[in-house]
Design a protein around this ligand. Structure first.
Ligand code: ZZB
Length: 259
């Protein structure tokens, strides 16, 4: 899997990261959709007590791709819990919003990417639903210590226009144009919470496919361009401006002997 790791700079360090005071500290979020970074509204971390935030697996993979100071070596500075990272103000590339905040998402996999996930609720159904859960459920915000102002003012940013056809549309019907494909897909598949795994798989497959093959950028330097072309251009631009790294990951964990 060929990911882009985007740098999300922490603007104010939380107590848990005080020992890094004076340094520039970034969260690295793995994305397969660099062209959607214009639509970021927040960042996700897994808040459960038991999880360290940067997967050791990801750190080891990075070390073997020249992303650490010494090839193949990971130096652990400290461990942080996802919970301690909720509510960080971040500056992320390309989105017009600054700061955006880290929020809890309960379905993050620590076996994929870095465990930090950037959120594009206009085009990623998981992000859309997790954001709606937080917006609509004060009890959920309270449970994870999420302040209203980290969530409620943040609206979807339209970035890609897609001709969307519902599965049950009559043969030959015109597709409806949408620039909020994730919302439309969550509605089509009746997703009610971020834990609706099966429905979200369908919604995600559909938005991935439509977005990639038929989407057109409506924002940014590559406005008007098909997503397929814009993707590598946006990626190259972020790499050039030192806002991102290229990062590959084996589909299966082939590097681990024990697994
Ligand atoms: C921004 C984005 C915009 C994404 C979009 C998707 C979409 P995949 O295909 O299953 O490998 N992601 C990254 N790491 C994790 C993780 N550890 N746990 C859960 N989700 C993670 O999924 C890769 C995508 O899942 C990544 O690309 C990231 O979200 C998220 F419009 O980044 B993406 C239709 C999807 N659209």
């Amino acid at each position: 899997q060929e990911y882009v790791l985007i740098k999300m700079e922490i603007l104010t360090l939380p107590p848990a990261l005080q020992q890094l005071e004076g340094k520039k500290v970034v969260l690295l979020a793995a994305t397969l959709r660099p062209e959607t970074m214009y639509g970021q509204t927040n960042c996700w971390v897994l808040p459960h007590e038991k999880d360290a935030i940067v997967g050791e697996r990801a750190a080891r993979n990075m070390a073997f791709q020249g992303l650490t100071p010494e090839f193949g070596e990971v130096r652990e500075v400290m461990r942080v819990r996802g919970r301690d990272l909720v509510g960080l103000p971040l500056r992320a590339p390309l989105t017009k919003l600054c700061p955006i905040y880290t929020l809890p998402m309960l379905t993050i996999s620590m076996k994929k990417g870095t465990g930090v996930v950037t959120s594009v609720p206009s085009d990623a159904p998981d992000d859309y639903q997790a954001l709606m859960d937080l917006k609509n459920k004060p009890a959920l915000r309270e449970k994870y210590g999420v302040k209203d102002e980290w969530v409620l003012p943040f609206d979807l940013i339209p970035i890609i226009e897609i001709p969307y056809k519902r599965d049950d549309a009559p043969e030959g019907a015109e597709p409806e144009l949408t620039d909020l494909a994730a919302k439309v897909a969550c509605e089509e598949y009746k997703v009610a919470s971020q834990n609706d795994k099966e429905k979200l798989v369908l919604a995600k497959a559909k938005t991935y496919k439509l977005g990639f093959y038929e989407g057109k950028m409506t924002i940014g330097d590559f406005k008007g361009m098909p997503v397929q072309e814009a993707k590598n251009r946006v990626k190259a631009q972020m790499l050039e401006e030192n806002n991102a790294y290229s990062y590959a990951e084996p589909e299966k964990e082939v590097m681990s002997r024990s697994g």
